[in-house]
Design a protein around this ligand. Structure first.
Ligand code: FE2
Length: 241
């Protein structure tokens, strides 16, 4: 990577999360945060050289169809076929290239292929729900999948998750890794979804919702959705003395 790693003997780290924008660790409406949130204030640690330079992944580890969740089995999964694509950018607007993106999601009936999900909706023998790809030189990525269904999750009475796709974005380094969820426009379940609402700034919540992309919609085949993702930028100068 063509950027300065250190200055005056100090590692130039990445920017810290904006605590006004990111969801709090403790958000009581999201019940499991009550037991897992840290009880004491966090101690910020300076980023180390290995955190800002690794991991490095190669394209050779990614299978040709890993990005296409509709072609991982004998037949095709049930559901509304969609193309989800966009660009991965850093906090300074530059493309994040050759970076691993992983997704996981429920099937069209809102069921995960996971032991922990036993709610009465069928598994789809043609859908596992996991995919991965690398961003290209322009930071672009693309997945083909089916639109996930809403699912009940027992957080509170009659609680249903808004339709969403989970994403893990490594970015250029461990210090930029982001695990998040992408939502779909116009979902009627947003009002009662505490994970969605744990991001308290309404404008920041909007940034978790993809947009319908008619230009990427393929006639007779699939609807397109666009979702650009911004990871942390680097500190211009070291913040730790
Ligand atoms: Fe989920």
């Amino acid at each position: 990577m063509a950027f300065e790693l250190t200055r005056n003997g100090q590692v130039i780290g990445y920017r810290r999360d904006d605590l006004e924008i990111n969801p709090p660790y403790l958000y009581p409406d999201y019940v499991s945060t009550q037991t897992r949130a840290p009880k004491r204030p966090l101690v910020p640690m300076p980023h180390t050289l290995s955190e800002i330079t690794g991991p490095v992944y190669g394209h050779e580890r990614i299978g040709e169809l890993d990005h296409d969740l509709t072609r991982q089995h004998e037949g095709e999964p049930v559901g509304e076929r969609i193309i989800v694509h966009g660009r991965l950018l850093d906090g300074d607007g530059r493309p994040v290239r050759n970076s691993l993106i992983e997704i996981w999601q429920a099937n069209a009936g809102g069921r995960y292929r996971h032991q922990g999900d036993q709610h009465p909706s069928p598994l789809d023998p043609n859908f596992s729900g996991g995919g991965r790809c690398m961003t290209d030189d322009d930071g672009h990525y693309e997945f083909v999948t089916i639109k996930p269904g809403a699912y009940p999750w027992q957080n509170n009475p009659n609680a249903w998750r808004s339709r969403h796709i989970h994403l893990s974005l490594f970015g250029p380094a461990f210090a930029t890794r982001l695990v998040t969820q992408m939502f779909f426009p116009g979902d009627p379940l947003f009002f009662q979804d505490p994970i969605f609402n744990s991001v308290r700034d309404p404008q920041a919540r909007e940034r978790m919702i993809c947009s319908y992309d008619h230009d990427r919609t393929v006639e007779e085949w699939a609807l397109g959705y666009r979702y650009d993702i911004v990871l942390r930028g680097r500190e211009a100068t070291p913040t730790e003395d």
